[in-house]
Design a protein around this ligand. Structure first.
Ligand code: FDP
Length: 344
């Protein structure tokens, strides 16, 4: 059977009426940018790309989230911005690394889509040569808007027209949905093209594997504690089975494992900083991952509500995340809802 490249896959999706020519080209541009990021990540210590980025006035550079920027965060952000500037498919871009969205420069034609991305997720893995990735979400630019602003991006995740991530691991993989299943492509480094390696990924509804940063346990709210305690109790507890735990510490890596063999990934609200409703970002982490997971038969909630139904109020909004195997996410969500109704 001949291998199916990303280009061929997208052209066939266009023929089926699932993707417009503009969206197809936009996704090809994002994939091309990811190949460049993969090269930069792959150079590691030989490429002078490791470590913290320097701020203009000296010291470490800090992004809008108050987090130290790695050199590769900055490089990846620039690669994505530059690649997407001239194609004519986008109205504006927004990124984890920029406080505000950026319109397409006047020198180039503007299109009808908005692209929002986390250029390099899991940056604490960069310096230890472990998996990192790029996460992206594509929205429609609202009708009649000629100069898109931050508020034009504030659309519920259910309106995303495409979402995906590129995982820079032992191999580079692009996992993509345009609302007709979730498909995985592996980068053929010799040919320089992404090749379809798993079409229509399916997440098993049940699982015995969970992913959570246990070091925060004492800071979680009561229903999260109760749910995880019951997982940890294993055979002897109410779940009557043993659960295994995995934590890649880069959301892309953990979500990729779940898309491949099932599991539940949790980054809950915690009391460490009560002003933050979670660690992960809605627009460029939770929403695209929720779409990919739902398209593969899984589920994604914030512990109470479907992630894709949340109406965003700001570009860098944070949200608790419970995603993965459908039955397990429903169980975790039930713990929180039952706790709320008992407290009401
Ligand atoms: P990181 O801070 O390294 O960028 O996006 C945030 C994120 O990584 C996720 O990719 C990852 O799942 C999580 O944070 C890891 O958080 P912990 O540091 O609490 O383990």
């Amino acid at each position: 059977m001949p291998s199916i490249s990303l280009t061929r896959h997208l052209i066939e999706e266009q023929r089926s009426g699932h993707v417009t020519p503009d969206l197809r080209l936009l996704l090809e541009v994002v994939a091309r940018a990811c190949k460049r990021i993969s090269v930069a990540v792959g150079k590691g210590a030989l490429g002078d790309v490791l470590g913290e980025a320097a701020a203009a006035g000296g010291g470490d550079s800090i992004n809008v989230q108050g987090e130290a920027q790695k050199k590769l965060d900055v490089i990846s952000n620039e690669i994505l911005l530059e690649a997407n500037a001239w194609g004519g498919h986008l109205a504006a871009c927004a990124s984890e690394e920029m406080e505000h969205s950026q319109q397409i420069p006047d020198a180039f034609p503007r299109g009808n889509y908005l692209l929002v991305f986390d250029p390099l997720d899991g940056s604490s893995n960069i310096d230890i040569n472990a998996s990192v990735g790029t996460i992206f979400s594509v929205l429609r630019c609202p009708e009649g808007v000629t100069a898109a602003q931050d508020h034009d991006f504030l659309q519920a995740g259910s309106t995303q027209v495409a979402a995906g991530y590129c995982l820079y691991g032992p191999s580079t993989m692009l996992v993509l949905t345009i609302g007709h299943g979730t498909h995985a492509f592996t980068l053929d480094r010799e040919q320089g093209s992404f090749v379809l390696t798993t079409g229509h990924m399916r997440i098993p509804a049940q699982t015995r594997e969970f992913a959570i940063n246990m070091s925060n346990q004492r800071h979680w709210e009561a229903p999260t504690q109760a749910y995880v305690n019951d997982l940890l109790a294993g055979q002897d507890g109410p779940r009557a089975q043993d659960f295994n735990m995995r934590w890649v510490a880069a959301m892309v890596g953990d979500v990729h494992r779940i898309l491949t063999r099932g599991g539940i990934f949790i980054y809950p609200w915690d009391r460490k900083d009560p002003s933050k409703p979670g660690k992960l970002r809605l627009m460029y982490e939770a929403n695209p991952m929720a779409m990919l997971v739902e398209q593969a038969g899984g589920a994604a909630t914030n512990g109470r509500t479907r992630i894709l139904d949340i109406a965003p109020t700001s570009l860098h909004q944070r949200v608790p995340v419970f995603l993965g195997s459908k039955d397990e996410v429903e169980t975790a969500t039930r713990y929180h809802l039952q706790h709320d109704s008992a407290a009401a």
